[in-house]
Design a protein around this ligand. Sequence first.
Ligand SMILES: [Zn+2]
Length: 562
Amino acid sequence: MSNGTHYEVLARKYRPQTFSELTGQEHVSRTLQNAIDSGRVAHAFLFTGARGVGKTSTARILAKTLNCELGVSHEPCNVCPLCLEITKGTSTDVFEIDGASNTGVDDIRELRDNIRYLPSHSRYKIFIIDEVHMLTNNAFNALLKTLEEPPAHVKFIFATTEPHKLPVTILSRCQRFDFKRVTLAKIIARLREIAGKEEISISDSALALIARKGDGSMRDSLTAFDQVLAFCGTSATDEDVATLIGAVDRRLLAGISAAVFGADTQGVLEGIKKVDGVGYNMRQFCQELIEHFRNLLVIRSVAKPKEILDLAEAELEELRRQAASFSAQDIQRRLTLLVRADAEMAHATFPRLILEMALLKAATLEPVVPIQELLEKIKALETGAVHTPSLPWDAGRAAPAVEQRHEPRAAHHHKAPVTPTTAAAPVPPGDGSGGWERFVAFVLGKDPALGSVLEHGSPLKQEPGSMEIGFPSGSYYLTSAQDSDSLAEIQALAREFTGRDTLVRVKSIAAEAGEVPLSLVEKKKTEHEQRIEELRRDVAAHPVINEALRIFGGTITDIREA
Ligand SMILES: [Zn+2]
């Protein structure tokens, strides 16, 4: 590590000093070097890109290249006094200005005055303005005057993370270079190189963890590496690095993923317990899982995943191994569950529970059978290629249909004697349900209000010339039916319906009364319940449905009649 008295941060200590040392910005280096070699160096440069990707380092390298005592070539010598001054930031001809703190027009005026004088002992006066988008409009206008007619001895290098905030008048006068986020592999390679120079023992996966923390920024990655070294010294274990970086150990992620695909519910829950145990944010972990599954999906879906995924080779290999035995569809279905869980976790009081449920479901999903295969299976079952009884609910439907056929006839044969024959079953004493139903339907047609009262009545007796209707005692329906006008109307309608005078009696039924025929409303309700119960039984026993449930990994939540 360092000499012991003073620790120099890695980002400074290992700041690139030549174009060839710049990591991940080869397109910028090459263009700048070509311009220098051909003697066509612009007056003003604009370096854009995320923080920590090398904009300022490149500006300094360019400044040294232009002012190096050994002459303008495509790398600075880094040993002459002029190069060294620029490296140390003490050059009298290279000015580094922070746009964020020098936004005033006065500063720019001062700068303009300064520009007029020739460089003291270098080839060029070079102005490096960082975060140039922070300048005020007045400052930009002052700057623009200089840019319009720049003296031959002046060069501007602007750097910004937000080029869209710059006026077009400035943009159009600069040669622009867009810096890329540095790929993970390149950051890891650079970290490995530095670890070697610093004699630090650390694994590739720990370096990958640090590099990922930097999220494409070399400087942020180096800062994360600084933190690790400050804590671990020259030997950093994977666990220490994972804890310090606040990232979930990749192995934990891989472990849960393996448990999900291996239908190992125990492993899934133990994994989550571990993650929770180290105090990791559940939703963040869910998002890392999503990224992990997405990586698996990409690997399974495309021929060259390396061009899409920013992953180290070792990680790619591991993911390839994990993804090998699953179809893209299998992975996608699990990914969908996780994405849904992530959305739910945003507002949840128990995010861990939601993640657990999603992962348990993901772990118990049955493998996907192509829909065509499924359809063929069902077809085979239905055409009898595979032995199966006919749909049970067909049978269930047929049975009551036989009974119903007799019911309407009963009403027309109310004079027939009571016989056990099924051909012309009369209204059974005390149960005139068939005739009663038709009568109520008739009343509903004539007087809906009265009909709906009768729907709540029980047909206690229904004989030629007499009818007894019971209503629950104390009920609104009883009072309504007992009303003399209603009673007269029922009587009139009964006469119309049966073709003879009919005496109608309305009776009160005690709640606890035993053998009272059900009212139509009650009957309907009970019938519906029975029907659903029957369907549920039929459905649960049906081979095609069972096969579909098994294949899709589904459960029956609701049954509706078609
Ligand atoms: Zn030099």
